[in-house]
Design a protein around this ligand. Structure first.
Ligand code: GLC
Ligand code: GLC
Length: 678
């Protein structure tokens, strides 16, 4: 059997290789033979697409080259998912036509981008990449105004912009845009499809990639498919998991986790109109799509291509862990979830080859990494690093962090982590229990401690977080709160504690300094650059009150920008200015250091458990990062730095100070150093 991995970039720019085109050298009955025969039968069906769309010979040839390159693995993936269906061949044909239409309609500009990226497959691992994420309404009210903020993103240094979901949503609670009722129209409060396209063009012009969500695990209960299901159309009831009684749901429930236990117990919601149960992993109005039905796969493929067509560079695949269900399992991270994403990936490689996938799997680290691959999701949130950076801040030690990094940071070629500190979601302590126990930490107790610490209940804690989805039955919870409030700024401001403010800013910049240097794409959650505090007013909006994540989704305050020019004072304006300017500087410095590109990172045993120390290298470039997680100065032996490759004299690229390795290095409280040889 031939593997499902990418099988041939060789002929990407040339003619389809003969061996793949003919089936002459393949054994009849083998899968490879079946694949080739199927393609031979299907190819003529595309003629109608090319004619209808008046696609030129050359453009059509590009598609066919890639189709030949990826066909074998695509065929195997789809066969694994849907090969048992009597109508498999029909669905294959429809899927292929969908892909051909997508390519035929792709704009020349995007085709040009495709071409560049095929020739530069690790373009996104550059040190020049720096991301930001925001809600359009909270940041700039609408898409039109957002276009006017491009200068702001450039000033900050962003080259990647993730806009939180902006498609049409159900009225009332819509889970921050994640309950989509129409993937083909923009929420009218934010603008129109045309506004989105114009924004995409402007961003491209400014060298900023556009990232949008592909919310493909579920639709809103008012999506037209769900409406048709509610109206009794059986074909559309099959788009979801719908059951007449508790029998099947109860059997599934025996092995399922609860994701939003404060919303509703269990994973199913009773629908009065249909008098049936619907699978709803998240909120009750988010109906899980049934991917065991190939019509769902094709329908969502059409939506994927439609979204890609607006000029998106990266699709954030939402809630990937949940997209495949199987009785008797926890229905998370199942093998077929990977098959499914790989099939989408193959189709994107054929029809929208410049497009990347980003995985959102906030699960156990062993599972997170399984979504990452050039043939699946090229980039992924790094939730383990995120959680363990906060863990290190609480404990002032990096033991668990380094234990985890020592065997979890490395990734396959042409892939990258997306390193973030806060996002629109909560923090869950998803580290591995075995990593913890190896260094004598009891994982259960430690999570209890972290929850108490970050909700401010632990004596001496600097954090001001609040619980999210506290599960009364299991005692489990996750943490909500902005970066600045979790890092101690809120508390220090309230107590007018100057030293506390300095320390909080130190913590913020320390975490940013690590995220910007450890390897991968750093991703800011906008508002962080100002140290924005928790916003407790969300409780006044009934559509938000039940979801504490809104505490860390504050509205942008543009007056902050004016404070940037003020002369130094000591008010909150000056705190914000310090955070903004320091972060901005670190971003600029990052972009000037080729050692910070790529993913290669080697930990250095410093002998000091408060210091995270690692070497970054790419080609002939080398940088040593030292980060002090405690509020005390820490020392590091000069010898350690010399052997890490810094020689006798070196310089901190952030602060500009020079040091020598003949003496021990003293690292100030919460200081982060990016050291390079001079
Ligand atoms: C993802 C989103 C989260 C949302 C959930 C359901 O985890 O990040 O905000 O609630 O999916 O769509
Ligand atoms: C995600 C995660 C969960 C996260 C949630 C959004 O898919 O599994 O940890 O908190 O959805 O809040």
């Amino acid at each position: 059997m031939i593997g499902t991995k990418n099988n041939g970039a060789a002929s990407q720019n040339g003619a389809p290789s003969q061996g793949k085109r003919t089936s002459g050298n393949l054994r009849p009955g083998s899968l490879a033979f079946e694949a080739q025969l199927t393609l031979q039968r299907l190819l003529p069906r595309l003629d109608a697409v090319w004619e209808k769309t008046k696609t030129s010979e050359r453009v059509r040839h590009d598609f066919e080259v890639r189709l030949h390159d990826h066909w074998q693995s695509l065929f195997e993936l789809l066969r694994e998912l849907y090969g048992q269906r009597y109508d498999f061949f029909y669905h294959l044909e429809q899927i292929l036509i969908t892909a051909a239409e997508a390519w035929a309609h792709r704009s020349p500009v995007l085709r040009e981008v495709d071409h560049q990226r095929i020739n530069d497959p690790d373009w996104f691992t550059s040190e020049k990449m720096v991301g930001g994420a925001l809600y359009v309404d909270l940041f700039s009210d609408n898409l039109g105004r957002l276009r006017e903020s491009i200068g702001y993103f450039q000033e900050l240094g962003l080259t990647y912009l993730h806009l939180m979901p902006l498609f049409a949503v159900r009225p009332g609670n819509n889970d921050g845009g994640y309950a989509i009722s129409n993937y083909r129209s923009v929420d009218p409060r934010l603008g129109t499809m045309e506004d989105l396209r114009l924004l995409a063009d402007d961003l491209r012009e400014a060298g900023i990639c556009l990232v949008l969500d592909f919310v493909f695990n579920h639709t809103s209960d008012d999506h037209q498919w769900a409406q048709k299901a509610q109206a009794g159309e059986l074909e559309y009831q099959e788009f979801y998991y719908i059951y007449p009684d508790r029998e099947t749901p109860d059997r599934y429930e025996q092995t399922l986790r609860e994701i939003f236990p404060t919303v509703r117990r269990g994973n199913f919601t009773w629908h009065d109109g249909m008098q049936q149960w619907v699978w709803t992993t998240f909120n009750s109005f988010q109906w899980d799509l049934n991917y065991s039905n190939p019509s769902v796969f094709r329908a969502m493929l059409e939506e994927l291509f439609f979204i890609a067509d607006t000029g998106v560079d990266i699709l954030r695949l939402d809630a990937v862990a949940f997209i495949w269900k199987q009785m008797g399992t926890n229905c998370e991270n199942l093998p077929k979830a990977h098959t499914l994403i790989q099939a989408f990936n193959r189709l994107a490689s054929i029809a929208t080859p410049g497009l990347l996938f980003k995985s959102e799997a906030i699960v156990h680290p062993d599972d997170v990494v399984k979504y990452i691959g050039h043939d699946e999701c090229q980039i992924s949130y790094n939730p383990t690093l995120m959680a363990l950076l906060w863990e290190s801040l609480a404990t002032r030690e990096v033991r668990l962090l380094t234990q985890s990094l020592s065997h979890r940071h490395q990734l396959p070629e042409n892939t990258a982590w997306v390193n973030y500190l806060r996002c629109h979601d909560d923090i869950g302590w998803t580290f591995d229990d075995a990593d913890a126990s190896k260094i004598g930490i009891n994982a259960y107790d430690h999570r209890q401690f972290l929850n108490r610490f970050y909700t401010g209940q632990f004596q001496g804690s600097f954090a001001r977080g609040i619980p999210f989805q506290e599960n009364q039955a299991t005692g489990d919870m996750r943490i909500a709160g902005t970066m600045a409030s979790l890092a101690g700024l809120e508390l220090a401001i309230e107590h007018e504690d100057e030293k506390g403010m300095d320390e909080a800013i130190g913590r913020i910049l320390l975490l940013q300094g690590v995220a910007l240097s450890i390897g991968g794409i750093p991703l800011l959650y906008l508002g962080e650059e100002w140290g924005m505090l928790n916003d407790y007013d969300f409780v006044e909006d009934p559509a938000k009150a039940g979801d504490t994540r809104w505490v860390h989704r504050p509205k942008m305050k543009w007056e902050f920008l004016e404070e940037l020019g003020d002369s130094l004072g000591s008010g909150p304006g000056s705190l914000r200015r310090r955070i903004f300017r320091s972060l901005q500087r670190m971003i600029t410095v990052r972009k000037s250091l080729p050692a910070l590109g790529g993913q290669k990172m080697d930990l250095v045993q410093s002998g000091n458990t408060h210091l995270l120390t690692f070497v970054r290298s790419r080609d002939s470039h080398r940088l040593v990062v030292v980060a002090n997680f405690s509020e005390q100065p820490q020392s590091l032996e000069g010898n350690v730095l010399r052997t890490a490759g810094l020689g006798r004299f070196f310089e901190d690229a952030i602060g500009g100070q020079t040091y020598g390795s003949s003496t021990d290095l003293i690292v100030a409280p919460y200081q982060v150093l990016w050291l390079k040889r001079v």
